[in-house]
Every structure is written in C-alpha cells, then in structure tokens.
Design a protein around this ligand. Structure first.
Ligand SMILES: [Zn+2]
Length: 191
C-alpha cells in the first residue's frame, strides 16, 4: 500500500521533485519550490490519432493544468509529446480556432524538446498520418525549410530563428523578395 492514499501535501517535497536551496542561498518561497524537472505527457501514435481525429484535443488544456498542479510545475510551457512506432518522441501543441469552423484548429509539431518547429497544420481527418510522416523524415535526418518549405538535410540547416530552421538560400538571400533570415535574426537579436 506504500505510496497510496496520501495527499500531495503529505508527501515529502523531494518526492515531488522539489529540492531545498543549497549553499546557504536564500530564495523566496516561489523559487525554493521551483521544480527541477520538466514534466510531459507522451501519447503513443494510436492515442495521438484518437486525440486529433476524435477531437479529444479540446481537453488537453485542462490536462496540462492538472499536470502543472499535480507536480508543482512552475512554467506554462507545452507539455505534450507523442511517440512514433519506433519510440522516437516529438512535441506537439494545439491552437484552437474561434470554434465557428471545425477546420480552424491547428496542430504544430516540434522536435522532442520543442527547439525545432517542424510545421503547423490544420487538424483534418488524415492529420495523424501526415504528422507521422514528418516525424519519420525528421528522424531520418530531413526537415522542411521553415520559409520556402523545401526539403533539406538537417545537417544543411544554414540558420535558426526561434523555432524556425532555414535553408542556405532563405538564410543568406531571403525568399520571394523577403529579407534574408540572417538579417532579420541579427536585427531582432542585437538591437
Ligand atoms: Zn528555404
């Protein structure tokens, strides 16, 4: 029965992932309770299909808040991942449209830790298949340029700006009359 029937407030703080400050550093209450891990839910690809194609994703925000409270996680960052048939993990987040049209809701897929945005797509009947295809490509070492959408090797990424990753042309010269991403990145980062 160990571990059962206890309220969260009765558990030792260490068990919840909280650590006392070390080295005599005085922290305020909020920081001293700062969680030292990043929690996430990982759904397998079959569950992902249920979530996306049967519209269970409408409840994900409630689930995120539940996890946040349950483990004392401080941030509001995305906590949702899915795994493909090989067990590789990716992150995803949902953007709910206005609700007037069902097809306005979108899903964004990222690398596991959310550093590389692999694209945003309308949630439509075949969406899971599409996401799994992008995930498989990524694991094989390929992604799409975030600007021109052309397929490239991950090794050939010329530059990144937030979650976007760009091919050499878009990074150095721009695309369809747009400024080069290198110029944009330099201005936004150092101004
Ligand atoms: Zn490009």
């Amino acid at each position: 029965m160990s571990g059962q029937g206890k309220k969260r407030s009765e558990l030792p703080k260490e068990l919840l992932g909280f650590f006392e400050p070390v080295g005599g550093i005085k922290l305020d209450t909020e920081l001293s309770l700062f969680s030292k891990f990043t929690p996430h839910f990982t759904f397998d690809y079959m569950m992902l299909e249920q979530i996306l194609e049967h519209r269970w994703y409408k409840d994900l925000e409630a689930l995120r808040k539940y996890l946040k409270t349950a483990v004392g996680y401080y941030w509001d960052s995305n906590v949702f991942r899915f795994s493909d048939i090989y067990g590789h993990e990716y992150s995803f987040s949902i953007y709910l449209g206005t609700g007037k049209k069902l097809d306005e809701d979108t899903v964004t897929i990222f690398s596991a830790t959310g550093t590389h945005n692999l694209g945003t797509f309308l949630i439509e009947p075949s969406i899971t298949k599409k996401l799994l295809k992008i995930a498989e490509e990524y694991t094989k070492g390929f992604c799409a340029c975030s600007l021109c959408k052309s397929k490239m090797k991950i090794a050939d990424i010329a530059g990144g700006y937030f979650g976007g990753r760009y091919c050499k042309r878009c990074w150095e010269e721009g695309y369809k009359g747009k400024e080069s991403m290198k110029t944009i990145e330099a201005r936004e980062s150092y101004d």
